[in-house]
Design a protein. Sequence first.
Length: 233
Amino acid sequence: LCEDFGIDYPVLNTLSWIPRLPESEFAVEIARAYNEVLLDQFLDEYDHFRGMVTIATQRPEKAAEEIDRIGHEDQIVGLYIATGGPDKPLGDPSYDIMYQAASDNDLPVVYHGHVDAFLTDFPRQNQALDTYASVSVLGHPWSQMLTMTSLIEQGTPVKFPDLDFVFLEAGLLWAAYTMFRLNKTFSMQPNASPLLEKSPEEYIRDQFYFGTQPIGEPNDPGMMSHIYDLIGS
């Protein structure tokens, strides 16, 4: 499959529902077990495979321990966090211990939006939207917008200047809207985020990255070049 699609290094994603588990100790053990399966049955078997560390955000200190436990492995290339389900938005200072561990192990933090947690994080949609298509349109970008806003508000990229933040599964244009909206809001209320030394856009362009899948599809394909110009590549 990888050869047919010209994929040199497939990066294996992880279990997105772990942050929603109510039993925090169980979530920690499930994450650890997943990482063992990832290492033993996939990364050790295939030299070209890569993977990301699964963590339970319910227990940031345990998450940091798990990152330190396997983050040094050559085929581990990131820290994977589902953006839906944590008790607090992912910029909250309680998560700094796991961001420090990611920085210490030179791993980018990869956020993956998904629909399931959208049901609990944004319950209004569960009352009013009638199809999976509608939920899918909104669920991924809304959860990613929440995460990006929280990271900027709490000054996470300031506290961890060597850390990269990657957003998957929400397309691109939400990032431009959020970036410019953050610029406007924090220029009006700079005390809302006293750690910021630059505009939100500068931090985002320097440390934030965005996966193209699933990319939006304008009727005019020529618009794609404008989208890439807007976001940067």
